[in-house]
Design a protein around this ligand. Sequence first.
Ligand code: C5P
Length: 211
Amino acid sequence: MRFLITAGPTREMLDPVRFLSNRSTGKMGYALAYAAVVAGHEVRLISGPVSLAAPAAVKVSDVVSAADVLNSVQDNLQWCDVLIMAAAVADWRPASVSAVKLKKSNMSGTLELERTPDILKSVAKYKGGRFFVGFAAETGDPLPEASRKLKEKGLDMIVANDVSQSDAGFAVDTNRVTVLFANGDYDNLPLMSKVEVAKMIVEKIENKMEK
Ligand code: C5P
């Protein structure tokens, strides 16, 4: 199958040197790209700014902002059978971007923000028979929010994790996730390496696509 995977954070620029971003390091998305290649799939990876190397067989598109992720997903959507949105796309961006570095003497203490496009919602109408997977990183019990996002974004599967735990979520090599499906089924996976979590997610997608 053809897997289109997004990974890493986005940066929403305020001026040429300042940006809004988040703690994502891309480890989960890159682990998914690796697991999909090892399972014999074709993989395209849309990557925010991270310090990771992708397997040689993976075609990587480097992106910076949420708008870039949207453009790249739109460009590659027709190609794919499976879309996995593992990127931690920023939800807000500065309402205006300065072409020159802002001087602190000219800046007020308030930053005006606007929403970034929701990529999954934007491409939902082109889904067809494709399998769409989202991630839900929450602090505290992730299940209620994950189940709401699964429905709201029209997904087939969502991978939920509590990023307030020190051994799961951002910037660590392990993760403890619950996988929820559109039919209401869910599966609590134990603490595992992100590569093992990725392998299980790829297997679950393969099983669902075969049905
Ligand atoms: O709503 P929230 O950002 O928590 O949803 C997380 C899921 O939605 C992730 O799969 C993420 O990649 C995706 N997302 C998106 N467009 C955004 C923000 C998040 O597709 N603007």
